[in-house]
Design a protein around this ligand. Sequence first.
Ligand code: SAH
Length: 346
Amino acid sequence: MDIKKDIKSLSLSELKAEMELIGEKAFRAKQLYEWMHVKLARDYDEMTNISNNLKQKIKDKYEYTSLKKLMVQTSKIDGTKKYLFELSDGNLVESVWMKYHHGNSVCISSQVGCRMGCRFCASTLDGLERGLLPSEMLDQIYAISRDTGERVSNVVVMGTGEPLDNYDNLLKFIYMLTDENGLNISQRNITVSTCGIVENMKRLADEQLQITLALSLHGSTQEKRQELMPIARKYSINEVVDACRYYFEKTGRRITFEYSLVGGINDTDEDADNLCQLIGGLNCHINLIPVNPIKEREYVESEKKDIQNFKNKLEKKHINVTIRREMGRDIDGACGQLRRRIGGQK
Ligand code: SAH
């Protein structure tokens, strides 16, 4: 038996070619694409202007990716919603919906699990299962948009998984998400966060997109970084920062550095000084994230005064810095916590 193609991962031009292949008119592709990527249809049956005959023909040939909402937790503190979805093969992924003054933001997962091994992160504890298809990344946004009834304006790829370890699917996802025939989200409203896979950071730079690249730094020297992030043994801190400079040169987009503050590990004056030296002269913004402790590890959050002191030190050197507002602390906000908790029960 032929493996059915995943229709929601096809670009409009690929879909046109498919329609031709099965003897249908090209305008059908436009109709189908609109049902999937603008009207966000849950299944083929919602497509009212497609005849039953054609629906059947398409059903026989193509898989329709539609994530199943298993659970939603809504934060009582800030209204953040954490979703747990089931994929067609039974795997689970989480996504988060956040309301900000400037619009609604969705944080999506790019893989089932992760193989990067960052010490403080819950997503990586069981390793990598597989990368997500473009349709599975898109449908996290579509399903949330359907559920909330609101438009999504910003997308951050900061959930479970390493997006640059699923490069081709990620790129296709970005092109489809920003396609004027689909949701048409502005490239400037998309952020991709990476632990620093250098060759793919450069490939992404060469695409010259207007998306924001966020680099998870978490340490200001090679030694400290590799204690928290095993990937740092493969790519040195200097190579990674050089790749950020390259990204900026190619795209003109300011880099975001994420720095999770771990009490007594990377939050001292010396760490702040080293950080200023490391990124000096680079057009960037630093996001300080108080580490969200997971029960499997002994790491603790930095004290409030140390966080403030760290921020002041960077500001003195005229570095743009913000402390990330903690959203959804009461709903397993940290990457991978909900999936692990529920997945373990299944
Ligand atoms: N793999 C990508 C994206 C996923 S993680 C990356 O490494 O960037 C998104 C961000 O959350 C990363 O900066 C990651 O290091 C951070 N993070 C993961 N677990 C965390 C925790 N328990 N507390 C604080 N930050 C965490």
